[in-house]
Design a protein around this ligand. Structure first.
Ligand SMILES: *Cc1c(COP(=O)(O)O)cnc(C)c1O
Length: 364
């Protein structure tokens, strides 16, 4: 028996309801399911999100989009990164929506769609300051008219990405507002050119909680839906619990060393429990000695080195813990991926995205 992720769908639903409450009934929600839905399982999360009101999905790569289509999902899927030209055939055949930002890629997209006798929907990506992907705001109208000049293409939307929206720090809030101003101008220039911009979208999780002026026609939440909010005013409920079990109990006598280490010997008899989960499952190596897991509702510190598939906890002399007892590494009601991440100086996003290759159980 190894590690398992338990996914509490009711918490995901309640996070969706908070987003819905923020944006109102009319706007669309595009759920970010990149990185295997931040470690929660792309297909089950996509299906659930669509059941409870999402209308679009977003992935980072073409292969993630293909996986969703092969899983039978047929709503619009945005591919958030710029694909390579040699991925265009797959994009067309799987009806994915790339974000585009240059003339050459638009022309290649038109050819790919035409070759298959299909129409491809594109969203135009504007760079308003992140400097990652996108055209300049004053190129937007030209690129939009280029897109609509091809019979095999449609302009489905216009997007930008806000790079520091999860902060209300003065300087960063001003940066975000400037990004939004540039974006508004770009969208206006497209409309002025007589082109329908389609669905206008900008907001990630941070913008949804902090920047009401970023909602436009659709929002693109990721991390908030999985339970991590940048705002105390809009707390989200963590969705994932990482759990395993005690597989062995070792009695260490007073004065004996544990793990062959001079550094770990105990001043009283103690029991060390082995837990079958490790860094191959996404538990950071650096947690040893810094973090406690929960067994029968009580915290026990991790000791010794974390192995690929196991780690150890000091249970003390008479915890009553038995083999097969559940071990909660993090989860709602106990501790969060944020608490765990802080011990190794990382964000909860990295922790939950790192939970891979283990079975998932969906509750609710
Ligand atoms: C990842 C991503 C999002 C979602 O971001 P969160 O901070 O997780 O809400 C939205 N838009 C784009 C372009 C992204 O890459």
């Amino acid at each position: 028996m190894g590690a398992k992720a338990v996914i509490y769908l009711d918490n995901f639903r309640s996070n969706m309801e908070i987003v819905r409450g923020r944006i109102g009934a009319e706007r669309k929600i595009c759920v970010c399911v990149k990185a295997n839905a931040y470690g929660h399982g792309a297909i089950p999360i996509s299906r659930f999100a669509l059941d409870i009101g999402a209308e679009y999905l977003a992935v980072a790569t073409v292969s993630e989009g293909v996986e969703l289509r092969e899983g039978g999902i047929n709503v619009p899927i945005l591919v958030l990164s710029q694909p390579l030209p040699n991925e265009l055939d797959t994009i067309v055949s799987h009806n994915l929506i790339p974000l585009v930002s240059d003339c050459e890629f638009i022309a290649l997209s038109a050819n790919a769609a035409e070759r298959r006798g299909k129409r491809l929907c594109l969203h135009l990506k504007i760079d308003t300051g992140m400097r990652r992907l996108g055209c300049l705001p004053d190129e937007a109208a030209d690129l939009a008219s280029k897109i609509v000049s091809y019979r095999s293409l449609t302009l489905g939307g216009i997007a930008t990405h806000l790079s520091v929206a999860e902060s209300l720090d003065n300087e960063e809030a001003a940066f975000t507002n400037n990004q939004l101003r540039l974006f508004n101008e770009a969208v206006a220039s497209v409309k002025q050119a007589g082109i329908d911009p389609g669905i206008v979208h900008a907001a990630n999780s941070g913008a949804i909680v902090f920047h009401e002026n970023s909602f436009f026609d659709m929002v693109r939440p990721g991390i908030f839906l999985y339970g991590y909010s940048a705002s105390q005013d809009f707390p989200a409920k963590p969705v994932m619990e990482l759990r395993s079990a005690v597989t062995h109990l070792e009695i260490i006598k007073k004065g004996e060393a544990f793990f062959g280490s001079k550094n770990i010997s105990y001043t009283d008899d103690t029991i060390i429990g082995t837990v079958s989960a490790g860094y191959a499952d996404g538990i950071p190596f650096g947690l040893s000695g810094r973090y406690s897991v929960f067994i029968r509702g009580k915290p026990y510190p991790i000791v010794g080195s974390i192995n690929p598939d196991s780690f150890f906890v000091n249970l003390g002399k008479d915890s009553g813990v038995e083999i097969s007892d559940d071990v909660i590494i993090f989860g709602p009601g106990f501790s969060t991926a944020e608490d765990l991440g802080q011990k190794v100086k990382t964000i909860p996003d990295e922790i939950i995205c790192g939970i891979k290759n283990i079975p998932r159980e969906y509750i609710g």
